[in-house]
Ligand binder design. Structure first.
Ligand code: KG4
Ligand code: ZN
Length: 337
């Protein structure tokens, strides 16, 4: 089954062609960073206008790269939410038009499910159910209990900033450009992670919740102090990063103490962080738990992951091309339609 995926929930205009939920024939993503960089963050109106300008060509581009035609496509999958409303409606409108005109089935996908199923792309071996997914992106930080493609439950979430947001805000304090996560990651490679002991959030007994705002504030106060002004930025970056990684791994460890998981899946933009990947690989060896970490191109927003979810959830997410609407607050739990 060949699915054309469309993803426009934030600032990436992405299309992909995926066979049977795992074989990626092509995955095209046009990054809009250059248009948002001077504002230091994503401007929703600019994002949706860029999607309008780019999406149609991105669909043609995906077909051309895979050397396929619309006739070869069996179904269309699109991100319905969560995300920016103005961005989502562009992808949803395009997917509805294609499904209607081509008389192909339409599937409406949750963006966050997409990040989890990115771990199934281009792999011989799939994560065995039940598994735990650590989803860390610019908008979300969650621990998800995944029983099957349609039975997933959020068991831990951030109380304030998402991990990617904490990276981006701290990067800005350090005077780095946007998006800050990858730049902070690169800077931290040259620094000492033990230089400064920034605070690690500890949840109450039994809770798997996360918090990063205390850490970010502590870095800010430190940088405003005399010691902070004299500190090497790479040491501050490495010490901040060490705190984020500690918090995330402490929560994963606790979830495995309490759950019956066969694997850990890391996903979302922050999953490409080098320190987090290294620490998770160590942890997975120590606890003898297989770790599934998608390559960077599938960690950040992409449309291949959306086509994959549609394949695995196809009986639950079939949509009507005439009535489907974008939902910026789409709930995580799948409801039978
Ligand atoms: O999943 P994603 O592409 O978009 C959504 O938020 O859905 O994630 C983007 C986030 C940004 O906050 C970015 O700074 C962060 O992922 N990020 C990283 C790295 N690469 C991307 N954070 C830390 N280290 C990285 N290497
Ligand atoms: Zn995302």
């Amino acid at each position: 089954m060949l699915i054309l995926g469309i993803e426009t929930s934030c600032d990436d205009t992405a299309t992909a062609l995926v066979r049977d939920g795992r074989t990626v024939l092509c995955s095209v993503s046009t990054n809009q960073d250059a248009f948002h960089a001077k504002y230091g963050g994503i401007v929703p109106e600019i994002a949706s206008r860029q999607h309008v300008a780019l999406l149609s060509a991105a669909v043609d581009d995906a077909l051309a790269r895979a050397d396929l035609r619309f006739d070869d496509v069996d179904a269309i999958a699109v991100t319905r939410g969560p995300g920016l409303i103005g961005s989502l409606v562009v992808g949803v409108a395009a997917a509805k038009a294609l499904a209607f005109a081509l008389e192909k089935p339409l599937y409406a996908v949750n963006h966050l499910h997409g990040h989890i199923f990115a771990a199934f792309l281009d792999r011989d071996e799939m994560p065995p159910y039940p598994f735990l997914a650590l989803l860390v992106s610019g908008g979300h930080s969650q621990l998800v209990d995944v029983r099957s493609a349609t039975e997933m439950r959020v068991i831990g979430r951030t109380r304030d900033d998402a991990a990617g947001e904490a990276y981006d805000k701290t990067a800005r304090l350090l005077g780095l450009g946007y998006p800050g996560g990858p730049q902070l990651d690169a800077l931290a490679k040259r620094g000492n992670p033990k230089a400064y002991a920034f605070p690690r959030h500890r949840p109450d007994a039994g809770s798997l919740d996360l918090s990063f705002s205390g850490l970010k504030t502590s870095v800010r106060y430190f940088l405003e102090s005399d010691a902070g002004r004299a500190a090497a930025p790479e040491d501050v970056a490495a010490s901040f990063q060490a705190a984020v990684v500690d918090v995330l791994l402490a929560r994963v460890d606790r979830a495995f103490d309490e759950g019956d998981y066969n694997a850990i899946v890391l996903s979302g933009g922050v999953a490409s962080n080098s320190a987090l990947q290294a620490a998770l690989r160590d942890w997975s060896e120590r606890r003898r738990v297989p770790a599934f970490i998608p390559p960077p191109k599938y960690c950040t927003d992409n449309a291949a992951m959306i086509a994959a979810v549609a394949y695995y959830q196809r009986n639950a997410v079939r949509a009507d091309a005439l009535t489907l609407s974008a939902d910026p607050n789409l709930p995580f739990v799948l409801r039978a339609s």
